[in-house]
Ligand binder design. Structure first.
Ligand code: SAM
Length: 367
């Protein structure tokens, strides 16, 4: 018998130390890229580890016992994350999302949340501080997260069918445990949560309507996400994508929905409201209707590299700048140069061939 070997990019090997501008007059200021997109959002991967092995994200064949995760010394400390975030905020970031890997596996995450919640935008506003989680330990942590200043929680749940969900997470985690995590978060004061369901053809498309029906009227918003070619390990093929238009058609056939206006420019999900006024769903069509033209997101990897696209092949090593004693002004200047030169628009130019190129894994760069 032969074992299939999937090679993935070694993100730890790429080491682009950013250039520092010779002269920087001020720290921060709004940053347009080459397409006029301002830097607005930051996703931070606080750990590259996860306790799930979702087949489309961290498949067991790659993320096995021999997989080399980052050692503790390579992770950004909470102080380093807070310092970099404050510089991103000076450059216009207003929304920060903690992700991973599974962010709740990072010890004492609430301490980091407290530090981030204390940051203010240049005009004195609080950050919009959110977290994406598989909810496996949310029942235990929800109250501490809320008390620390976390504002919003997004939960990933790919099916309400026990067998399908267990087959996707591949570690026998049950639907009931995720649902009790959602209840615990609700009781801790997180209202209007978002529930993310990645839809993959032949895997869970049959569960779309049941998912919508379950959360209809709950105040939570289910968002159906097209399966994407992130990383190099999930064997993505265009044929595995269920287009959002098909998801909208399936739900509308059972529970009529009407397209709703975006809440703000650059909103990733397209909103659809139930005609009977009992809430809404969202669809995220990164494959069939790319939204690169309004993408304002930067990503900070677990070891402090700045990535300007989810589908990037390499990042910019901000940790190296910090650990070699560069000043805030110098690091902020380097961030500015990187963002000003940003050209990324991967989803607009995606083909089956680009999908096979080696990209960094989502668990490391932050989902
Ligand atoms: N562990 C956390 C969780 O499960 O929510 C956070 C990290 S996870 C990488 C973030 C989100 O990315 C999840 O909602 C997950 O379903 C989604 N995701 C992962 N791989 C994906 C893919 N290939 N296509 C679309 N979404 C994906």
């Amino acid at each position: 018998m032969t074992t299939k070997k999937i090679t993935i990019i070694d993100p730890y090997a790429t080491n682009q130390v950013p250039l520092i501008p010779a002269y920087t007059s001020t720290l921060g200021g709004m940053l347009p890229d080459t397409r006029g997109r301002l830097l607005r959002d930051l996703r931070i991967s606080v750990t590259d580890r996860c306790n799930f092995r979702c087949t489309y994200c961290m498949p067991k064949e790659v993320f096995d016992r021999d997989y080399q995760y980052l050692p503790q010394s390579k992770l950004l400390s909470f102080e380093e994350i807070t310092r970099l975030t404050s510089l991103f905020v000076a450059h216009g970031v207003e929304k920060v999302r903690l992700t991973g890997g599974e962010p709740l596996l990072r010890k004492h995450l609430e301490v980091l949340i407290e530090k981030l919640a204390a940051l203010k935008t240049p005009d004195g506003k609080n950050l919009d501080l959110a977290l994406t989680t598989n909810a496996s330990v949310l029942s235990k942590k929800a109250r501490a997260l809320k008390a620390a200043g976390l504002q919003r929680v997004t939960i990933s749940l790919d099916s309400l069918d026990e067998a399908t969900f267990r087959a996707i997470n591949d570690v026998d985690f049950s639907v009931a445990d995720v649902l009790s995590g959602i209840d615990a978060a609700h009781n801790a004061g997180f209202e209007r949560m978002k529930i993310n369901m990645v839809v993959k053809k032949g895997v869970n498309e049959q569960d779309v309507v049941a998912m919508a029906r379950h959360f209809k009227g709950s105040g939570h918003i289910v968002r159906f996400i097209e399966f994407m070619d992130v990383g190099s390990s999930n064997g993505w093929r265009m044929n595995d994508v269920v287009p959002s238009a098909e998801i909208v058609r399936m739900i509308n056939a059972e529970m009529p929905i009407i397209e709703a206006a975006s809440n703000y420019t650059g909103e990733v999900a397209q909103r659809w409201a139930y005609a009977d006024g009992s809430g809404e769903i969202g669809v995220i069509s990164s494959v069939t209707q790319a939204f690169c033209s309004s993408c304002t997101r930067a990503r900070l990897s677990t070891d402090g590299k700045l990535y300007t696209c989810l589908f990037a092949q390499s990042g910019h090593d901000l940790r190296a700048l910090m650990r070699s004693g560069k000043s805030d002004k110098q690091i902020a200047g380097a961030m500015g140069l990187i963002w000003n030169q940003r050209e990324d628009r991967y989803s607009e130019i995606r083909t089956e061939a680009t999908a096979r190129s080696k990209k960094v894994e989502m668990s490391y760069i932050g989902g």
